[in-house]
Design a protein around this ligand. Sequence first.
Ligand SMILES: NC(=O)c1ccc[n+]([C@@H]2O[C@H](COP(=O)([O-])OP(=O)(O)OC[C@H]3O[C@@H](n4cnc5c(N)ncnc54)[C@H](OP(=O)(O)O)[C@@H]3O)[C@@H](O)[C@H]2O)c1
Length: 251
Amino acid sequence: MNIAIVTGASSGLGAEIVRQLAEGAFGPLDQIWAVSRRAEKTGPLVRPFALDLTDPASFDVLEEALDKTPDARVALLVNNAGFGTFGDFAAMPPEDNANMVRLLMLAPVELTYRALPHMSAGSRILNVSSVAAFMPQPGLATYSAAKRFVLDLSRALDAELGPVGIHVTALCPKFMRTGFLDHAGADDLAARMAGLTGFEDVRRVARLGLRATRAGRALCIPSADMRAFYAAAKLLPYPLVLNLERALMRP
Ligand SMILES: NC(=O)c1ccc[n+]([C@@H]2O[C@H](COP(=O)([O-])OP(=O)(O)OC[C@H]3O[C@@H](n4cnc5c(N)ncnc54)[C@H](OP(=O)(O)O)[C@@H]3O)[C@@H](O)[C@H]2O)c1
């Protein structure tokens, strides 16, 4: 049985990925496991899992479900669930930094580890990172560091697993109009950052991300301006890029 597991499937990018998978964007699938705290059956292939991925018990639930499914083969794992809180590190709501670490870093690690025994040549992992991963971001310190972790983990795992035919793709979108911006306390800073980079279309990000995943590409940066930013952030000294970014963002 070919299964795709998509976390953060209840809204935004994850919901769009589930929709495109149901339409055949990754080839034939028998089931799509849609994981998020709010979960509902959105189509005949969809098996909803109402789970909070900041709770380690949720990883056991998914592992047990895989073990109990006859001939379960994870064709695709999409680690997408996430939120980001903007603002000064010290002024964050008490739970937010720890929950970002749990959801953005621990959940992909655990789910990858538990899905791998059910994967085989041709299986894929799509990890949703962000352009925030390209350099440390004051005002988004934990989030950007966590997304860097996702980017580096994905690229290392892709090299490690490539020889057995399993590929890992890091997807780095810029701002999209999703629930993410509601949650982020997306007042001044988020609005200015979005004004600086513009928004990209969720459907296009999902389409390009799934295409890159099928092709076994390690990195997908959907927008051209962010591909240029990625190159600049690697070449130029960090203080210079940071000052440039701050100057551009000045109200
Ligand atoms: N939108 C952007 O501007 C942007 C840019 C770059 C990268 N990203 C990344 O894209 C990914 C998808 O975000 P989005 O933009 O689609 O935002 P979104 O619409 O807010 O979707 C986030 C998803 O994550 C799920 N989620 C949140 N906390 C969870 C938890 N504790 N346990 C399980 N599921 C949880 C949410 O479902 P429930 O609330 O039902 O649990 C929801 O389905 C995230 O990793 C985000 O960091 C977003």
